[in-house]
Ligand binder design. Structure first.
Ligand SMILES: N[C@@H](CCC(=O)N[C@@H](CS)C(=O)NCC(=O)O)C(=O)O
Length: 237
């Protein structure tokens, strides 16, 4: 099995999943990680596009099966290797809708907010004002939904840590980088801390990141992310 990925939020969802499966006692030593250089446009190569016509990481290649979309990969791995990360029966349907919620709402809102905040350097501040307001407001609305959800239970989809939490974490942990102020939401802040403390999560977000820079990137790394993000956000420039 191969994971084609990069050190980005959507990539980390899957590397966290692999490490959480290892924590759950599953042997994942057959998984090979292949780093895709997005700034160099490797996602547009013929080989990559054949595996993922949408030309974005991550992709999971499991012999003749290729799975695109990070949340579909979480679902695939959750079914292939049954653990509490994806419960079965009725409980599964408390988890799956939140995974879709992340994919359809949180990823796009936080991703766009991040992009206009950090990367869209070819766009004037006047033109950026509207998308920044729109995606910033939507990101906060989603944070309030999460905060309400956490009033009743410790994890996004119930009393157990699941693929719904895995899908959400890489975007939420980057709130400072996206400039989405979550500090008025203490339940969200403590959820981030609780997820962060999990050993599998710690190893998962380390894919493609030097040791010691997991939560506090060096200025060099921030500059590299800004540069790479801008190349991806401004193709052709
Ligand atoms: N909905 C997709 C989004 C994937 C995505 O946007 N991947 C980004 C990195 S986080 C990417 O490959 N960007 C390269 C590009 O846009 O050219 C998923 O969840 O897998």
């Amino acid at each position: 099995m191969e994971l084609w990925t990069s050190a980005t939020p959507n990539g980390w969802k899957v590397s966290i999943m692999i490490e959480e499966l290892i924590e759950a006692g599953i042997d994942m030593s057959h998984v090979k990680v292949r780093h895709i250089n997005l700034a160099k446009g490797e996602q547009f190569s013929k080989e990559f596009s054949e595996r993922n016509p949408n030309q974005k990481i991550p992709v999971l290649v499991d012999n003749e099966i290729s799975v695109m979309e990070s949340c579909a990969i979480l679902h695939y791995l959750g079914e292939k290797y049954p653990t509490e990360l994806l419960p079965v029966g009725k409980l599964k349907w408390e988890v799956i809708p939140w995974v879709y919620w992340q994919a359809a709402n949180v990823g796009p809102a936080f991703g766009n907010k991040l992009s206009y905040t950090r990367y869209m350097d070819a766009i004037s501040p006047e033109k950026k004002a509207h998308p920044l307001e729109r995606f910033g407001k939507e990101a906060i609305r989603l944070v309030t939904i999460l905060n309400d959800q956490l009033k009743e239970q410790p994890w996004l989809a119930g009393n157990t840590f699941t693929i719904a939490d895995i899908a959400l974490y890489p975007w939420l942990r980057a709130w400072k980088w996206s400039k989405v102020d979550i500090t008025p939401y203490p339940l969200v802040m403590s959820w981030i801390e609780n997820v962060r403390e999990r050993p599998g999560v710690g190893r998962g977000v380390a894919y493609g990141v030097p040791e010691g820079e997991l939560d506090q990137w060096s200025e060099e790394r921030k500059a590299e992310y800004r540069k790479n993000g801008s190349i991806i956000a401004n193709p052709g420039n």
